[in-house]
Ligand binder design. Structure first.
Ligand SMILES: NC(=O)c1ccc[n+]([C@@H]2O[C@H](COP(=O)([O-])OP(=O)(O)OC[C@H]3O[C@@H](n4cnc5c(N)ncnc54)[C@H](O)[C@@H]3O)[C@@H](O)[C@H]2O)c1
Length: 317
């Protein structure tokens, strides 16, 4: 049933969350302590919505209908009043989050879930000792969440498991794809996976094995095609007639040997970063960076639309 959602912090991520909840039918109250920030956010959201409607990402609604559910709150109390869920998207600084959560916990009704978009600060670092620490957790999106559905739910040691379930259910109901950890862990799930891949990508370039462009092609024209709709476990399961055991019998030793080679830790030294940057800038001058970001976002929206269409056609998720 549609209910009220509070968005606290209306930068890049807060604006995207506003769209996620409003297009799912929720009333969204946005708050930002910086003068003029939430008014600017509403303007930017309004500018963004027509392109999303075109990409079929507004559930068939008009931009005006979605926008009509988003309102500005002048004070935090107004945003939090009667909210079932607060999605905090304030700056990624532990002292900012710690001070803010004291306020949120003091003002919000005890049943309001307090979820942080933090990319990497465990919820225990800003919720310890709060009277309502049981209702605080991380709900980390992949930017931008109105296009990319994945959200990582990461509880603090004291988060009530019922709050994890409630947050997963809410995220699924608004069309996101929630995953959750059983405990706090650095980097959550996505950045741990991405970190492992990046470590190898940097190593291959540092050792002169291949170019930056070839690493990118290995994913964009290879692994990434499957990964855009099935993950690594389903990939290996489907790559052997006997499923995962068959794959592991076939290639387990190879991967074990590779893992031993990959165990030597490398720092991303200034020289290595410069080498990678040189190749990237030759492919894409900085003057074209913004245009390429816009292109990426259009392609992402089209890909997500395509995935939804295919899933509807063949009845898969
Ligand atoms: N940008 C990303 O790619 C990305 C992805 C996933 C998660 N996140 C996380 O989302 C959060 C927000 O990131 P962003 O990229 O939107 O940052 P941003 O700088 O675009 O926006 C932050 C907003 O918070 C406001 N703000 C400042 N102090 C505040 C306070 N005390 N209370 C509430 N709001 C306050 C600012 O005015 C600003 O509008 C961070 O925790 C970040 O790690 C970011």
């Amino acid at each position: 049933m549609p209910s009220k959602i509070a968005i606290v912090g209306t930068g890049l991520v807060g604006r995207a969350w506003s769209i996620v909840f409003a297009r799912a039918g929720h009333d969204v109250s946005i708050f930002d302590p910086m003068e003029g920030a939430s008014a600017k956010a509403l303007e930017l959201i309004a500018q963004n919505l027509p392109a999303l409607a075109e990409a079929n990402l507004l559930r068939g609604e008009t931009p005006a209908a979605v926008l009509s559910r988003i309102s500005r709150a002048d004070i935090l109390e107004e945003a939090l009043a009667n909210a079932v869920h607060c999605q905090e998207s304030a700056p990624e600084r532990v002292e900012v989050k710690a001070a803010l959560y004291k306020e949120l916990d003091r003002i919000a009704a005890p049943e309001t879930v307090l979820a942080s978009s933090t990319s990497g600060i465990p919820a225990s670092q800003f919720s310890e000792g709060l009277a309502g620490q049981r209702r605080v957790l991380v709900a980390h999106p992949i930017n931008p969440p109105h296009i990319i559905p994945l959200v990582e739910i990461v509880p603090a040691p004291w988060t009530d498991p019922a709050i994890v379930t409630q947050t997963r259910d809410l995220m699924a109901a608004v069309g996101q794809s929630p995953i959750s950890t059983t405990r706090e862990i650095n980097g959550f799930i996505v950045n741990r996976l991405q970190g492992a891949l990046l470590a190898e990508a940097f190593r291959l370039v540092e050792d002169g094995v291949c170019s930056v462009a070839d690493v990118d092609a290995a994913i964009a024209d290879g692994l990434g095609l499957r990964w855009s709709f099935i993950g690594p476990f389903e990939t290996i399961d489907l790559n052997s007639a006997r499923g995962v055991p068959g794959y592991c019998d076939m290639l387990g030793q190879l991967y074990y040997d590779l893992a031993k080679e990959q165990a030597d830790l490398r720092e991303w030294t200034p020289d290595l970063v410069a080498k990678i940057d040189e190749q990237r800038r030759a492919a894409l001058p900085l003057s074209e960076h913004q245009a390429r970001q816009d292109w990426r976002d259009r392609r992402l929206a089209a890909l997500v639309g395509h995935k939804r269409e295919q899933a509807q056609k063949d009845g898969t998720s």
